[in-house]
Design a protein around this ligand. Structure first.
Ligand code: MG
Length: 171
C-alpha cells in the first residue's frame, strides 16, 4: 500500500441530517409526493403543495448544516409560499447547503402511508428529488411502507415521511 491515501479526508468534515414531517389528508387537494401528482381520492393539507416527502428531505438537509427547519425558512404565514412547489423550496435549501460549503453525498427517505400504493411512483419521486437537489439519482433513496393500519397513517388520517442525509465539506 502507498504511504498516503489519495482521497484522505477529515472525518470532521462529515455531517448527518434527519428530517421528519406529517400532513393530514383533506378533500379537494392533490396528493403531491416527491413532486409526483399521485392519483388518489384525497390530498394533503398544507400552505404549500404539502409535499410531505420533499419537506422531510429539506429538513434533513437543514439539519445537516444545523440550519433550522423549513418552517423557519419558508413561514406558512408568508403568502409567497401559498401553494408553493415544494421541489423549488428543496432546491433553495440545497443551494443553501452548498453556500455553507457542503456537498450532498447521499439521501434516503421513507414515506409511511396506508394508501394509496406508492411503489409505482418511487423512481419518479427519486428523479424529481435528485434533480431539485442537483445530485445523481443513485444517491437518492425513496421507500414506502404502510403502518399495518396502526396510528394516524394506518387510519388514513395523514401521511408521514422521514429522511436522512450525509453531507461533506470535502472540496
Ligand atoms: Mg410540511
Amino acid at each position: 500500500m502507498g504511504p498516503s491515501p489519495s482521497h484522505a479526508f477529515d472525518p470532521a468534515s462529515l455531517r448527518i441530517g434527519q428530517g421528519f414531517d406529517v400532513h393530514a389528508f383533506a378533500e379537494g387537494r392533490k396528493l403531491i409526493l416527491g413532486g409526483v401528482d399521485v392519483p388518489h381520492t384525497r390530498g394533503l393539507l398544507g400552505h404549500s403543495d404539502a409535499d410531505v416527502l420533499a419537506h422531510a428531505v429539506a429538513d434533513a438537509l437543514l439539519g445537516g448544516i444545523r440550519g433550522g427547519d423549513i418552517g423557519k425558512l419558508f413561514p406558512d404565514t408568508d403568502p409567497a409560499y401559498e401553494g408553493a412547489d415544494s421541489l423549488k423550496l428543496l432546491a433553495a435549501v440545497a443551494d443553501k447547503v452548498r453556500a455553507e460549503g457542503y456537498d450532498i453525498l447521499d439521501v434516503d427517505s421513507v414515506i409511511a402511508a396506508q394508501a394509496p400504493k406508492l411503489s409505482p411512483y418511487r423512481d419518479a419521486m427519486r428523479e424529481n428529488l435528485a434533480r431539485a437537489m442537483g445530485v445523481p439519482v443513485e444517491n437518492v433513496g425513496v421507500k414506502a411502507t404502510t403502518t399495518e393500519r396502526l396510528g394516524f397513517e394506518g387510519r388514513e388520517e395523514g401521511i408521514s415521511a422521514s429522511a436522512v442525509c450525509l453531507l461533506c465539506r470535502c472540496s
